[in-house]
Design a protein around this ligand. Structure first.
Ligand SMILES: Cc1ncc(COP(=O)(O)O)c(C=O)c1O
Length: 380
């Protein structure tokens, strides 16, 4: 019988050290390895860009918790994305991307990939027929999915989009950063590649920047591993160790993130200064039924629009004390931000521009009453 999620998160890739019995994998802070005669590698390790035991432990753990055959760890989420795109796309190819993609992903497609001849079309991924219409037969090689999206928390139907992508001969890539593998398992729903900014829930403590790819198909895994080494944007040993440590508590952290987020949503919904609450757990959210099907709970990210426009939104962001004003998400501490001026400033003026009265919360795992009091004070 396959092991449960938390067991894999705590043990996969992490046998006690054979020499000392240390129960936690050491940080192999090393660039090169002694060979027992030319080519006599111990455990396959020759140089730490190509492989490092701490990174291997993380990569095996990532594969185990996403249900893939192989995980690959990178220096950042965008390094993982770049390596993936340069592995699977060639000049003349086309990608369909979310019309509210993470700003950095949009920038990668529009400012980095496009000059090299990779075209993209943005589509509302909550509308399967819009995605089908955006596909260019013979040219579209990737359908890129985020669900829930950042920062609008829209929901895409992973299984339905996998069918659409595969019928067109394209790969379905799912950025699972917002949900994490604890809440959502895209490979089991038909995705070909899972992408992570491990900076977020997997690391979980706002102390590391990292990225990951997880795949099921062995050939694709080989190609990606080749490019990981050839391009070199690997996760370092200490960063790998931090992410590995974070993953051990992913399940318990996510339960608390979800508990707190639900209470924050209830407060926001009843507050006269809030015009709209965006959270897939709300029955009136247009993606609620799909989210309920493909996620075990609805996550720790909450966005809302305030009455009074951009200035009111900026005021809320500057008044909270416990919710720290800052970019990023998924750490134990609560964060607040104004996407239009912060994380999504790079999409201003593009079709992906976000409303300027929008505020995004990454609800942390502090005592919930303190979080609610902080928000109530900032809103009034
Ligand atoms: C959904 C999503 N994907 C990818 C990234 C990029 O990851 P990184 O900042 O680790 O490069 C982010 C960063 O915020 C993100 O939110």
């Amino acid at each position: 019988m396959s092991q449960g999620f938390e067991t894999r998160a705590i043990h996969a890739g992490q046998e006690p050290d054979p020499t000392t019995g240390a129960v936690v994998p050491p940080i192999y802070q090393v660039s090169t390895y002694k060979q027992d005669g030319v080519g006599g590698l111990r455990g396959g390790y020759e140089y730490s860009r190509s492989g490092n035991p701490t990174r291997t432990a993380l990569e095996e753990c990532l594969a185990a918790i996403e249900g893939g055959s192989r995980g690959l760890a990178f220096a950042s989420g965008l390094a993982a994305e770049d390596t993936l795109l340069r592995t699977i796309l060639r000049p003349g190819d086309h990608a369909v991307i979310p019309d509210d993609a993470y700003g950095g992903t949009y920038r990668l497609f529009s400012r980095v990939q496009q000059p090299w001849g990779i075209e993209h079309t943005s589509a509302a991924l909550s509308d399967v027929s819009a995605v089908a219409a955006a596909i260019r037969p013979g040219k579209t090689k990737v359908v890129w999915v985020e669900t829930p999206t950042n920062p609008l928390l829209n929901i895409a139907d992973i299984a339905a989009l996998a069918d659409v992508a595969h019928a067109a001969g394209a790969l379905l890539v799912v950025d699972n950063t917002f949900a994490s593998p604890y809440l959502q398992q895209p490979l089991a729903l038909g995705a070909d590649v899972v992408v992570h900014s491990t900076t977020k829930y997997l690391g979980g403590h706002s102390d590391v920047v990292g990225g990951a790819l997880v795949v099921a198909d062995a050939d694709l895994a080989e190609q990606l591993a080749y490019h990981q080494n050839a391009m070199g944007a690997v996760a370092g040993p200490f960063d790998s160790w931090l992410v590995l440590r974070g993953i051990k508590t992913l399940g318990v952290r996510l339960e608390r993130h979800c508990d707190n987020a639900e209470k924050v949503v209830a407060l926001l919904q009843s507050h006269p200064s809030v015009s709209t609450v965006l959270y897939p757990g709300l029955p009136e959210h247009p993606g609620h039924d799909i989210a309920a099907r493909q996620m075990s709970r609805f996550g720790g990210m909450v966005s809302f629009r305030v009455v009074g426009g951009v200035q009111a939104a900026l005021d809320v962001c500057s008044r909270t004390k416990l919710f720290t004003l800052g970019e990023s998400l998924g750490g134990v501490e609560s964060l607040i931000e104004h996407p239009g001026r912060m994380t999504h400033a790079s999409v201003a003026g593009s079709p992906l521009e976000v409303p300027d009265d929008l505020v995004r919360l990454s609800v942390g795992i502090e005592t919930c009453a303190d979080l609610l009091a902080d928000l109530a004070a900032a809103l009034s």
